[in-house]
Design a protein around this ligand. Structure first.
Ligand code: SF4
Ligand code: SF4
Length: 129
């Protein structure tokens, strides 16, 4: 087990962050028709040969959606998986278009903030001193 996965997650803190945005985020997730129309507007989806893991809807369902579903009770390994979805598979370019008006970058941003609150974020090769 790495130092990172052994670290403890503050589920209460995550819950507080989720609760703050609950109304808007739950509404967005409820409205999502899983139609995949947003996928075409994501250049990363196109760049990765239409890999479904790059679909904007996949990214928010498997980050923020997962956090809401588990009511913040996730472990470090799950946060690491979420990190991949919200950083490696999204650059927050805000180009994704949803005909239902779902603000996908807003959801990805909240998932990033939650990861950050638990010390989970990309290091970009920078080692701590
Ligand atoms: S976010 Fe919008 S466009 Fe994308 S799958 Fe959901 S409803 Fe369809
Ligand atoms: S904000 Fe993320 S999901 Fe939306 S188009 Fe840009 S890279 Fe794709």
């Amino acid at each position: 087990m790495t130092e990172q996965t052994a670290a403890k997650v503050d589920a209460k803190q995550i819950r507080r962050m989720l609760d703050k945005h609950k109304q808007k985020m739950k509404l967005s997730m409820g409205v999502c028709a899983r139609c995949s129309l947003c996928a075409e507007s994501c250049f990363l989806f196109n760049l990765h040969d239409n890999d479904p893991r790059y679909m904007p809807s996949y990214k928010f369902i498997n980050s923020l959606g997962r956090l809401y579903k588990k009511k913040g009770r996730v472990n470090m390994a799950e946060l690491e998986e979420i990190k991949v979805n919200v950083w490696e598979r999204c650059v927050l370019c805000t180009r994704c278009y949803c005909p239902f008006g779902i603000d996908i970058p807003d959801m990805i941003t909240l998932a990033r903030n939650i990861c950050r609150s638990q010390g989970v974020f990309p290091s970009y090769g920078i080692q701590p001193q």
